[in-house]
Design a binder for this molecule. Structure first.
Ligand SMILES: [Zn+2]
Length: 152
């Protein structure tokens, strides 16, 4: 699989002759096992959202942060900014002032993953946030890329 991905990276490259690329691709495909292995792609746990009174409870907030391998405080700050509200973290839950739908929170979490979890170079989620002074970087464990991040 790693072999195929390396070859696919040439697709956007310059000066790669099409025929040799095709040959390489066919060669790569011929090396693949007959049945594709079980997908290991990044699938965020579905947010469990409950509105009680005028507050919204994201009940599996801790689980979601653990899955993303991000500090709860970082994700929480992002959500508060995007929702334009206040709130607090309580045990496994994030609590927001105001009523927000599951779809709304799920959409924001996807934005968060795109911006703060997925490596922009190789599109894998095996990353960590590295702080350097006032700046944050997304460091990819898979391809080694280091990308600057805005502060939340
Ligand atoms: Zn990467």
């Amino acid at each position: 699989m790693a072999y195929l991905e390396k070859i696919l990276m040439y697709e956007g490259g310059e000066g790669v002759e099409t025929r040799s690329y095709r040959t390489m691709l066919e060669d790569a495909y011929s090396r693949l096992p007959p049945k594709p292995k079980v997908s290991t792609r990044f699938e965020l746990p579905k947010p469990i959202v409950q509105i009680i009174g005028t507050r919204t409870f994201l009940q599996n907030f801790r689980e979601i942060c653990q899955y993303m391998n991000r500090e709860q405080s970082h994700t929480f700050k992002f959500l508060l900014n995007e929702l334009g509200t206040a709130g607090h973290i309580s045990d496994d839950m994030a609590v927001f002032q105001g009523k927000f739908s599951e779809e709304q929170i799920e959409r924001l979490l996807k934005h968060y993953v795109d911006e703060f979890v997925i490596c922009p170079v190789c599109r894998r989620p095996d990353t960590r946030i590295q702080k350097q002074g006032r700046f944050n970087f997304l460091v990819c464990e898979a391809c080694g890329a280091r990308s600057s991040l805005r502060n939340v």
